[in-house]
Design a protein around this ligand. Structure first.
Ligand code: NAI
Ligand code: MG
Length: 342
């Protein structure tokens, strides 16, 4: 996605806010207040709904009205939705459906803490999550097909290269990219991913590229996370690397991610709806604020995004700590701290 320019004279940028279920609305509300304190009336928020409560009320987890609102926005900040652990007739995860309908093909998760400053770029539309599962031999064997296409690989690697270059400019350091695969075993599918990735990066001679097999990638990411910059991977590998990486930089309560397409970005905290603490005012809003920073960056507010990132870094290190981080601060305490720092 090409960020739209956001000079102060222009009309406000329209963004949707979707609280969802559980702590979702609490952390989205917190993040929106922080963003508004930073950006003022340059952002216009439009409220939209989806999730389990919406399903219970309307019979649709993702109402058409929400999709229409999103189509009129540059991006959205999303909290989380609750999904039942048993199959419920008519209920499908709205976030999975949105990724498909808005073609949000790149899942971006920054891993930042101390000397660690990496970002996982995960292909979000195919791979082992292509939804091609079936039974064989009277349900004695289950088969899942893994789909790797040249087209989807090209665009995810291009996206990762663009990110590596812009980070290099920001950080005044060389651009680096790690391509993750398992082409030594999955010769056709990961072979195609690898070959396509190497073709794409050949067009970016200024990027230092390395390949890493996924198993040793997990090992090395945990052992020496500070050596990585941009990491690009097929869907499942990227999912696993993202969560392993999140554990390295403070965990669920502080890490955000973004689902990006050419024209739209849906940012969300990595955590779910946390029903065990919903309504108690103690959810850690830092993950949602980190997600908001990613959203701001994608919609053309790079300076504000950087400022927000810096604030979040102080929150990760210092007081106030919510109970998930061993303290007794409330969501409100963290918001007050951020607002005071702005
Ligand atoms: P979860 O992330 O909601 O919670 C896991 C643990 O982390 C809980 O103990 C929770 O209290 C804690 N936690 C999560 N976010 C926190 C925050 N901001 N501050 C403090 N503590 C926090 O994962 P879980 O329990 O597996 O799933 C709960 C529900 O969320 C399920 O219905 C699941 O389907 C849904 N979910 C939704 C996601 C989404 O909408 N993207 C992602 C993951 C889960
Ligand atoms: Mg995951």
């Amino acid at each position: 996605m090409t960020p739209t320019s956001a000079d102060s004279a222009a009309a406000p940028v329209r963004l949707a806010r979707i609280g969802g279920d559980g702590v979702g609305p609490e952390v989205v509300d917190a993040a929106v207040r922080v963003v508004n304190a930073l950006c003022g009336d340059r952002i216009e928020w439009i409220e939209a709904e989806m999730g389990w409560r919406t399903f219970e009320r309307t019979g649709r987890a993702l109402p058409e009205a929400t999709v229409e609102i999103l189509e009129g926005c540059a991006g959205a900040l999303f909290g989380a939705v609750s999904s039942p652990s048993h199959a419920v007739d008519g209920y499908h995860s709205p976030i999975v459906e949105l990724r498909r309908r808005l073609d949000l093909y790149a899942n971006v998760r920054p891993l930042k803490s101390g000397a660690i400053d990496a970002v996982v770029v995960r292909e979000n539309t195919e791979g082992l999550y292509a939804g091609r599962e079936r039974w064989e031999r009277e349900a004695e064997v289950a088969i899942a097909e893994r789909v790797i296409s040249r087209r989807a690989t090209e665009r995810i690697v291009r996206f990762a290269c663009g990110l590596a270059l812009s980070r290099a400019v920001q950080r005044r350091s060389p651009a680096r990219l790690t391509v993750v695969h398992k082409a030594n075993v999955l010769r056709l599918s990961d072979g195609l991913f690898r070959e396509t990735a190497l073709d794409v990066v050949a067009g970016f001679p200024e990027i230092e590229v390395e390949e890493q097999l996924v198993d040793s990638m997990v090992y090395r990411l945990i052992l020496e996370p500070e050596r990585y910059d941009v990491i690009v991977a097929p869907n499942l590998y990227g999912d696993i690397l993202s969560d392993a990486g999140a554990a390295l930089v403070g965990g669920l309560g502080v890490v955000g991610s973004a689902n990006c397409g050419e024209r739209f970005c849906l940012a969300e905290p990595v955590h779910g709806s946390a029903p065990d603490i919903a309504g108690q005012g103690i959810a850690n809003p830092v993950a949602a604020v980190s997600a908001a920073a990613l959203l701001l960056e994608r919609v053309g507010f790079a300076d504000h995004a950087a400022q927000l990132d810096e604030l979040v870094a102080t929150c990760r290190k210092n007081v106030p700590r919510t109970p998930d981080r061993g303290g007794d601060a409330t969501t409100e305490d963290v918001v007050a701290h951020l607002l005071a720092a702005i």
